[in-house]
Design a protein. Structure first.
Length: 128
């Protein structure tokens, strides 16, 4: 079984491939402009509060006896808990508190960062 790879002898395939490509491009162009969609109404703005922050850990200094009892490769001067402290966040807009929370650390052991993602729709106004 031989496969003919000379496309110039197959004009029907070239024309059909061009028509199909044009249909895909036109369909994409139409769907990118229609239907009209807005995530926020007119005359409104969107403010996003988003961050990831690791809280502090509780640590203590090891005694000389504790350090001597450990193998040389494990002699850290401080012993820290795995769990991190929660992060306190407050956000004010025009003097009004719109968000206030103690955000717990993520992860099964509470050793990951505290993550926040909030959206606030604000009415439009004059830029100052």
């Amino acid at each position: 079984m031989s496969i003919d790879t000379d496309w110039l002898k197959r004009p029907r395939h070239l024309i059909m491939g061009g028509v199909l490509s044009l249909a895909v491009v036109l369909g994409t162009a139409v769907l990118s402009a229609w239907p009209d969609w807005q995530s926020v109404p007119d005359n409104h703005g969107l403010l996003r509060l988003s961050f990831a922050q690791s809280g502090v850990r509780k640590c203590r200094d090891r005694t000389e006896q504790e350090l001597a009892a450990l193998p040389r490769n494990m002699r850290d001067a401080q012993l820290c808990e795995r769990r991190r402290a929660p992060v306190r966040i407050e956000m004010d807009i025009d003097g009004v508190t719109v968000y206030a929370a103690d955000v717990a650390p993520t992860g099964l052991a509470g050793s990951g960062p505290s993550r926040v993602y909030e959206r606030f729709e604000l009415p439009g106004g004059n830029a100052t």
